[in-house]
Structure formats: structure tokens, C-alpha cells
Design a protein around this ligand. Structure first.
Ligand code: SF4
Ligand code: SF4
Length: 436
């Protein structure tokens, strides 16, 4: 035991875990060894094994005051890795034990069931009941409105770059249509204060009246969320004056060679200068916008994370590295199943769809609904509604105009659509994963 603890304290987790396993195999009543085994596995990312060991230790010795230290660590580690259903009992135990860490209460609130959602739904196409859960993308209902149904770039992992030209209508949403959509969102009351994303497959900063659009959202008391590639030479001042709630800036690499391959048609010098310009304009406008940079990781830029992080620190932006993936769903499923022409960008991905899609499918929690249909409505620039924000083809639109159909009718159309069944069988829906 002493040697195991020495290994653990020195960060030699594999050696420590092997010794703890030996101790509990010899004597299952050795609760300290079992607890330490669980914590060691937790730090190694072996969450399923960690929770198994920790649950037994908790059942054997839950009254031990030593848990005061472990409970927040277990709950918050699982929470940070988005294993919210598994984090819940540990966070609740930490709260009951009065661990006094404010993040515990915030995490418990974030993972609690949303009052506007039915806890489960019967999926007639699958012939089974699916459970809902606290959505990961936003704490409230989301409307993804593609105000600029077009983009100035052609990223090869995005349908704008990898689907045939002309396969989808393009254009800007009229401000009057947007106003009527906001009025209907408020009247529908899907949630008390839904969040409005102003993007899907388009670049919102191209919209000539973005400031007006943001103003309409905020006047209705709703938070706004922009996502931009920042390849623009106008509109930043108007955007900053309108004080968007959230602004995501997508970057893939920090050298022109890396960036311009994966953000095809983009100009890194313009993006870099605009990062500073965004900071300047937000400060000048006194905006309170949360800005985060999504660094899309490919093989050719994975080593540039610190370069991007350093600029983010300088400018007060959050930095979130994200492993790049291939879209839209229609093409992803084709590639994962070995159909369709291979695209050269697939070799640049850190994880190829033919590897990660089966892993996703096999690693899903059983019987969970897809967040993109129970918690999100995707509206195209012309007011028509898509099955979800991840599909692109005409066949996967709902054949309905947002203004002409009730929220309930649009939801019913989603659940009747055959593509969700295809998507779920392939395993690429948006639902929680089991503990690894
Ligand atoms: S910038 Fe965004 S919307 Fe435009 S092509 Fe790239 S991924 Fe698609
Ligand atoms: S199951 Fe697939 S197609 Fe259906 S809403 Fe979810 S992600 Fe979209």
C-alpha cells in the first residue's frame, strides 16, 4: 500500500493501479486501496473502471470524511468530459457532503433536466422510447438561423466546400422575415429564453444588416451566438456595437500553408489582423461579448495550438481546440460506409471517419434521443426548416416554412423523417457516450 501510494503521488499511475488491483484482489475489504484504485483510474481517463471501483468503495465506506476531497474531483472530472449522467450522483453526494466548491452547484444546475422538455419520447420509426437529457450545446432551446445562407470560403470538410455547386439555394435572410421569425419564436414558447445561433452553413458577418438582426434578438430578451471565419473586411464595428452574447471564431492553423488548405479560400493575414480588430472594436463599443476561438485540429496544424493559445491569452479570448470532423451527415455516412469518392482532406483528419464512426456507434449510451432534434430548430435563410443543423441535402429538409407551422408540428415532422433512423443506425446522431 505504501509503495502504491508513493507511485500515485509521483504520477506513476500505471504502477500504482497495478498494486492497488493486487491488494483488492487479495482482500476485497481493503477500502482505501479500492478508493485509490478508482482515483488512479479516473486520472488515467479509464472512467468506466474508475466508477466501478469508486461505487464499491462508496458503498463500503461512504461515511468516511476523506470523501470530502474526492467527491468534487470525481464529479467535476466526469462533468468536464461531458459524462453528465455518470457525474450526477457524485456531484449530488459532494453537495450533500457540503464540499463548498461553487462549481459543483453550477454543474448540478447545468445537468439537471430542462423543465421545457418531456423526459422521454416514443420514436415510432424505431418502435422504442428514447430518453432526453440536459442538452450539451446550450442550457436552453436553440434556434440555428442561417441568416447568411452562403459562405465566402469552401472548407473541404464542410458541405459548402465538398458538395456540388448549386446543390442548395443561397442568399441573405430579409430583416422583415427575421423579425417575424423572432416574433413566432417568442409566441411558440419552446423555452423561456431560447438561444439564437445566427449560422449554420453560412458566414453571418457577410449579412449587410447583421447589427439590426442582433438588435431584434436582444430586444426580445434572448441571447445571440455568432460563428465566423473572420475573413471579412467590413462589419466588425457594427457587430461589436450590437454586443452579441457569444462569438465563436473558427481557425485551422496559424501558418498560411496549414490554414489555407483547410479553410480553403481564406486569408490568414486578414484573419490575424481581424482578431486584433475584434478586440479593439469590442472594447471601443464597451461590449460584454464572450469570445472563443475554436481551433480546428488537423494533422498539419496540431502542433500550432500554442501559437493560437498565445494570441487568445493576449486578447482575452477563450481557446478551445476541437478535433476537425467531416460534414455534412449525408456525406459522413457515405464515407464511413466506404461509399462515394474519397476526398483528399480525409487524410488530413486526425481521426478518419471509417475509424471514428464505428467507435462512436459502439460507444453510445443505449436508448438516448438526439439533442439536435429535441432541442434545436434549424431554419434556412428563406425561412424553410431543416431536419437538423447537420444535414444539407434537399431531401432532408422538412418541407415546411417556419412561420406556417407550429412548434409541435415541426417537431412531429422531425420524428417522422426517415433520415434520423439512417443516422442513428450509423451511430452519428448527437447523443451521450458511455464511459470509456
Ligand atoms: S467557413 Fe464555415 S460555413 Fe464557410 S465553408 Fe468553412 S466551415 Fe463551411
Ligand atoms: S438523429 Fe441525426 S439526422 Fe436526426 S436530428 Fe439527430 S443528428 Fe440530425
Amino acid at each position: 500500500m505504501a509503495l502504491a501510494m508513493e507511485h500515485q503521488a509521483a504520477g506513476r499511475l500505471e504502477e500504482a493501479a497495478a498494486l492497488y488491483e493486487g491488494i483488492v484482489a487479495e482482500d476485497p475489504r481493503q477500502v482505501n486501496a479500492r478508493h485509490n484504485l478508482g482515483m488512479t483510474r479516473l486520472h488515467r481517463g479509464e472512467f468506466a473502471g474508475a466508477v466501478r471501483a469508486l461505487e464499491i468503495a462508496w458503498a463500503q465506506d461512504g461515511a468516511n470524511p476523506g470523501w470530502q476531497q474526492s467527491l468534487p474531483m470525481i464529479g467535476l472530472t466526469l462533468f468536464d468530459r461531458l459524462h453528465w449522467e455518470d457525474a450526477q450522483p457524485w456531484l449530488a453526494r459532494a453537495a450533500v457532503a457540503g464540499c463548498g466548491e461553487p462549481r459543483i452547484y453550477a454543474a448540478l444546475e447545468r445537468i439537471s433536466p430542462r423543465d421545457y422538455l418531456e423526459p422521454e419520447v416514443f420514436d415510432a420509426r424505431l418502435g422504442r422510447t428514447l430518453l432526453r437529457y440536459a442538452p450539451r450545446e446550450s442550457p436552453t432551446y436553440v434556434y440555428a438561423i442561417d441568416v447568411a445562407g452562403t459562405c465566402n470560403l469552401k472548407c473541404p470538410t464542410c458541405p459548402v466546400g465538398n458538395s456540388p455547386i448549386g446543390s442548395r439555394a443561397k442568399g441573405f435572410m430579409e430583416v422583415d422575415l427575421f423579425r417575424r421569425i423572432v416574433e413566432k419564436i417568442v409566441a411558440d414558447g419552446a423555452a423561456a429564453r431560447p438561444e439564437i445561433f445566427l449560422f449554420n452553413w453560412g458566414e453571418p458577418l457577410l449579412h449587410p444588416k447583421l447589427g439590426e438582426i442582433l438588435g431584434l434578438i436582444h430586444a426580445a430578451g434572448m441571447p445571440s451566438h455568432l460563428s465566423t471565419n473572420l475573413n471579412v473586411d467590413r462589419g466588425l464595428r457594427e457587430m461589436a456595437k450590437a454586443n452579441p452574447t457569444n462569438l465563436k471564431i473558427s481557425i485551422s492553423g496559424f501558418t498560411p500553408q496549414a490554414y489555407e488548405r483547410t479553410h480553403a479560400g481564406g486569408n490568414l493575414a486578414l484573419v490575424k489582423s481581424n482578431l486584433y480588430r475584434v478586440r479593439h472594436e469590442l472594447d471601443k463599443a464597451g461590449a460584454t461579448t464572450r469570445v472563443w476561438v475554436g481551433h480546428h485540429l488537423y494533422r498539419n496544424n496540431v502542433h500550432q495550438q500554442e501559437d493560437v493559445a498565445a494570441v487568445c491569452r493576449e486578447l482575452g479570448f477563450e481557446h478551445h481546440p476541437i478535433v476537425a470532423f467531416f460534414q455534412p451527415l449525408e456525406r459522413l455516412i457515405e464515407v464511413a460506409e466506404g461509399r462515394g469518392a474519397p476526398h483528399p482532406i480525409l487524410d488530413e483528419l486526425l481521426d478518419h471517419p471509417r475509424d471514428y464512426v464505428p467507435r462512436l456507434r459502439d460507444g453510445r449510451r443505449e436508448g438516448m434521443d438526439c439533442e439536435l432534434r429535441f432541442n434545436q430548430t434549424a431554419i434556412n435563410f428563406d425561412g424553410t426548416v431543416a431536419l437538423c443543423c447537420s444535414v444539407y441535402e434537399e431531401a432532408n429538409m422538412l418541407g415546411a416554412n417556419f412561420l406556417e407551422h407550429s412548434h409541435e408540428d415541426l417537431q412531429a415532422r422531425k420524428y417522422a423523417h426517415p433520415f434520423c433512423e439512417t443516422c442513428m443506425k450509423a451511430g452519428v446522431q448527437y447523443s451521450p457516450a458511455r464511459l470509456p
